[in-house]
Design a protein around this ligand. Structure first.
Ligand code: AMP
Ligand code: ZN
Ligand code: FE
Ligand code: FE
Length: 292
């Protein structure tokens, strides 16, 4: 079915924890009727070149090079999306390479913890699933599925490797202020991902905490909020629309598609922002570049 949504600004490939290649994501997005897509892999831009090559076949489609960074805030973790990333920025690439290395070390510690729990998987098996990707917990989850310990990857998070699970391991992450600065220095537009799915040590943040966090991020230079998101309720969407207006920033959105194999996963184009979002993102990006 062709969607009415024309933009999807949150897509993962197998260069991080998605399971489709960049070309496959582009092709699927085309069949869904999308006109503008952003590839936003975790801590890597290694899928961008292939995505550009693939999208060149579809003259009416546009690619925004993006990224998703994980960030520590007091009491939890948030995700930042960066749009119009300059992938040729050497110091930026060095930074994200460090994050990918820390992902490997952390995955090895998680494997050890799982072994102690009696789930016998190895780092080699994780590496075989992840291949050249930025390694993430979904790769570990997939190994657990392959070895029939669980049925769906999501179960691994619920039972073992979620923030409160017995095999959870943290990794060093940037502060929000630093991450936003790194994105702006690169020329990228910093956007808060899925604000109602920020991760705390205990539960989800409540609405007044969310507003406080966003206002703080705005003071560091945040330029958008991922408003249109599959798991946001209509009330949450309209709350964020109003907040974007109040703070004079851009409401963005997307499916956060990983092709994970979990039930009820949002597909490309199932959710996304209006076309005006694309125009505004471009404007904000040009403003950053002109200031540099
Ligand atoms: P990591 O980057 O290694 O911390 O893993 C985070 C990724 O795991 C997210 O981007 C999602 O793709 C996935 N994830 C996080 N929480 C869950 C969950 N509860 N169920 C399924 N996948 C999840
Ligand atoms: Zn992910
Ligand atoms: Fe995320
Ligand atoms: Fe994501």
């Amino acid at each position: 079915m062709i969607n009415t949504v024309k933009i999807d600004l949150h897509l993962h490939t197998n260069k991080s924890d998605g399971t489709l290649s960049p070309s496959e994501i582009v092709k699927l997005s085309f069949t869904k009727g999308l006109k503008v897509i952003a590839i936003t892999d975790h801590d890597t831009t290694n899928g961008i070149d292939e995505a550009y090559e693939a999208i060149a076949k579809y003259s009416e489609m546009t690619l925004i090079p993006g990224i998703e960074l994980s960030v520590d805030i007091p009491g939890g973790e948030i995700h930042l999306l960066g749009y119009f990333i300059n992938i040729y920025d050497k110091s930026f690439q060095k930074r994200i390479e460090e994050f990918r290395i820390s992902r490997v070390n952390r995955a090895k510690s998680i494997v050890e913890k799982l072994n102690h729990l009696g789930l016998t998987i190895s780092w080699d098996e994780v590496k075989e699933v992840g291949k050249d990707a930025a390694i993430g917990r979904p790769h570990i989850a997939q190994v657990l599925v392959n070895k029939k310990y669980i049925k769906y990857p999501k179960e691994a998070f619920d039972r073992y490797i979620g923030r409160l699970g017995p095999a959870y391991v943290d990794r060093p992450k940037l502060s929000a202020e630093k991450a936003i600065k790194i994105l702006l220095d690169n020329g990228a537009v910093p956007v808060l991902a899925h604000p109602f799915f920020m991760f705390t040590k205990k539960d989800k943040f409540n609405i007044s905490q969310i507003k406080k966090i966003i206002t703080k991020l705005r003071s560091y230079g945040l330029m958008g909020i991922e408003t249109y998101y599959g798991k946001h309720t209509p009330n949450e969407v309209s709350y964020l629309q109003n907040l974007c207006e109040e703070l004079n920033i851009i409401p963005t959105g997307g499916s956060d598609f990983h092709n994970s194999g979990n039930p009820n996963e949002q597909k490309p184009g199932d959710v996304g922002p209006p076309m005006t979002t694309y125009t505004k993102l471009k404007e904000f990006h040009l403003n950053i570049k002109q200031k540099k």
